[in-house]
Design a protein around this ligand. Structure first.
Ligand code: GDP
Ligand code: IMO
Ligand code: MG
Length: 432
């Protein structure tokens, strides 16, 4: 019995949703610990696809209590719609098994507006955000002018805070973004209505998570985005606005980091990225198009085509160290079927200089970074039905064994298809 963090080891969209859904079958609690509705976590259960943006991917399982912890940022309209979608799909979601931290910050209508308009106004420094108000919500949190979920059910506090906050935000909106100011009465009314709907779910989640950890329950901490998008560890400023790494899980849930026994990185068998910023192994040719086509690489939140490229071992070794992975899960190996040659970046060359580690100035060097590739012969067999690693073609096995040796931590599962159950599990991280 133990607590496990499952997080993305690349630029997001590694297949975390599918993996969290799988392990949630063994979990007593699933805690989403950062990010907001920028995330899109896809589950395919009995042929039906469902995408979670805020609600933990464990909600489709009977057993776990699902929690949105302190450092998640919540857009209430999106959450309410998502709860309805989950109900419509036939899954149970009630205040008994879905809890929202009263300390989680609220993405307000002005956050959405600021996020979207800023990308236009400052087009030369565009991040390519999801437009879900994530950056502005976290900015306000740190600037101590945030609204928390607990405020939505306390009308007098909400009114007082909104009047102060809107004074500040409206100045920015009218003077810098040259837009109409938000009307406090309207914002307040809408926020209170949304608060009424969500009130039964809002509580002190730190106590619930603590009790589960303390009594030795299986607690799964679900990450969003990926280590390369971490606000400190990622390709800054082309990152999201939260920490995606395991320390953030304990901090957000309000429990000791010592409860965490395993940190499992989800590694996609190649690289993708949505939005701006460096992707050293990006392929802008027909090989990249084939990866996008075979992998269905389109954003689960925005529908944008994902940028695709070969696996990047420089980044992966960095994220294995930075996030302290104790094991990893390889996903989407099936997508590589049919490529005559498969490459992996083992180092970068920049103007004649070799880098074996991720350079600090990866962003400014970006245009000059040339990956040093190791090449693997491909395979043509469909991998989907394999239930044992020995059933994979030799070339696929060699590719996997090489990744395992490079990362130096055990591989606990291999995902070979989008459907629940497609893949090979070698170890349950709760029992390791
Ligand atoms: P997340 O954000 O990390 O949860 O990943 P996304 O859901 O945004 O993107 C992963 C996509 O790949 C989704 O469409 C999944 O249904 C799909 N997927 C997940 N694992 C596999 C796999 O092993 N093979 C294939 N072919 N698709 C997968
Ligand atoms: P999941 O959890 C992939 C990217 C955006 C943009 C940058 C900042 O599904 O893996 P933001 O809206 O967070 O301010 O955008 O981060 N991004 C993601 N990319 N998967 C995600 O989530 C992402 N969430 C944000 O595309 O480049
Ligand atoms: Mg996603």
């Amino acid at each position: 019995m133990s607590s496990v963090v499952i997080l993305g080891a690349q630029w997001g969209d590694e297949g975390k949703g599918k993996i969290v859904d799988h392990y949630a079958g063994h979990a007593d609690m699933v805690v989403r610990y950062q990010g907001g509705a920028n995330a899109g976590h896809t589950l395919v259960i009995e042929g039906k696809k469902i995408v979670m943006h805020l609600v933990p991917a464990g909600i489709t399982r009977e057993r776990p209590t699902c929690v949105l912890a302190d450092n998640v940022v919540i857009e209430p309209n999106i959450l309410i719609k998502e709860i309805q979608t989950i109900k419509d799909a036939g899954y149970k979601i009630s205040p008994e098994r879905f809890r929202i931290s009263e300390k989680a910050h609220v993405t307000m209508p002005y956050h959405l507006m600021i996020d979207q308009l800023r990308e236009i106004k400052q087009a030369r420094a565009k991040i390519g955000t999801t437009g879900r108000g994530i950056g502005p919500t976290y900015e306000d949190k740190v600037a101590r002018r945030g609204i928390r979920m607990g405020d939505l059910i306390r009308p007098s506090i909400l009114k007082e805070r909104l009047s102060l906050i809107l004074e500040d935000r409206n100045y920015y909106i009218t003077n810098y973004l040259e837009e109409k100011p938000f009307d406090i009465k309207k914002v307040l009314e809408e926020a209170l209505e949304l608060g009424d709907v969500l009130a039964p779910y809002i509580t002190d989640t730190s106590k619930i998570v603590y009790d589960a950890c303390k009594s030795g329950k299986n607690v799964l901490f679900e990450g969003a985005q990926g280590v390369m998008l971490d606000v400190d560890g990622g390709t800054y400023p082309y990152v999201t606005s939260s920490n995606t790494t395991p320390g953030a899980a304990a901090m957000s849930a309000g429990v000791s980091p010592l409860f965490i026994k395993n940190v499992v990185g989800v590694v996609k068998a190649y690289s993708t990225r949505v939005g701006e910023g460096p992707l050293p192994t990006e392929l802008t040719d027909e090989v990249g198009d084939m990866l996008r086509f075979q992998g269905g690489e389109y954003g689960a939140t925005t529908g944008r085509p994902r940028r695709c490229g070969w696996l990047d071992m420089v980044c992966l070794k960095y994220t294995t160290r930075y996030a302290g992975l104790t094991s990893f899960i390889l996903t989407k190996l099936d997508v590589l079927t049919g490529f005559p040659e498969i490459k992996v970046a083992v180092a970068y060359e920049v103007n004649g200089k070799r880098y074996d580690d991720l350079p600090y100035d990866i962003v400014s060097l970006s245009g000059d970074v040339k990956p040093v590739y190791k090449s693997f012969p491909g395979w043509t067999e469909d991998l989907k039905g394999a239930s044992n690693i020995d059933q994979l073609p030799k070339n696929a096995r060699d590719y996997v064994e090489w990744i395992k040796a490079e990362l130096g931590v055990p591989m606990v599962m291999m995902s070979l298809g989008a459907q629940r159950g497609e893949g090979i599990e070698s170890q349950n991280p709760f029992e390791a």
